[in-house]
Design a protein around this ligand. Structure first.
Ligand code: SF4
Ligand code: F3S
Length: 106
């Protein structure tokens, strides 16, 4: 499956959800995850993310391996999001900032 990683936090552009053929994105307050049990590895979402936050599970950047388990965990509790929304207000400001995991709201 594909995995949403740290740079989505506080950006949440949501361009990714529009292209997913199986609606496997689940959204929380300031982050979004992929349900690994539903993702069919179609690859369509990866180039859509303006924050380059989506990676194949086998290619998650070093130090972000914890996001694999985090996607699986939060996909079980957050609702599906299948329609694009406005990005978070400070998305451009937060795009690319390191250490955003501590900003994650559940
Ligand atoms: Fe959806 Fe395809 Fe992305 Fe998986 S790879 S989350 S199926 S768009
Ligand atoms: Fe997040 Fe990128 Fe989608 S910022 S909401 S993974 S388009």
């Amino acid at each position: 499956p594909f995995v949403v990683t740290e740079n989505c936090i506080r950006c949440k552009y949501t361009d990714c959800v529009e292209v997913c053929p199986v609606d496997c994105f689940h959204a929380g307050p300031n982050f979004l995850v992929i349900d690994p049990d539903e993702c069919i590895d179609c690859t369509l979402c990866e180039p859509e993310c303006p924050a380059n936050a989506i990676f194949p599970e086998d290619d998650v950047p070093a130090g972000q391996e914890q996001f694999i388990a985090l996607n699986a965990e939060l996909a079980k509790v957050w609702p599906v999001l299948a329609t694009r929304q406005d990005p978070l207000p400070d998305a451009a400001e937060w795009d690319g900032k390191p250490g955003k995991l501590s900003e994650l709201q559940r």
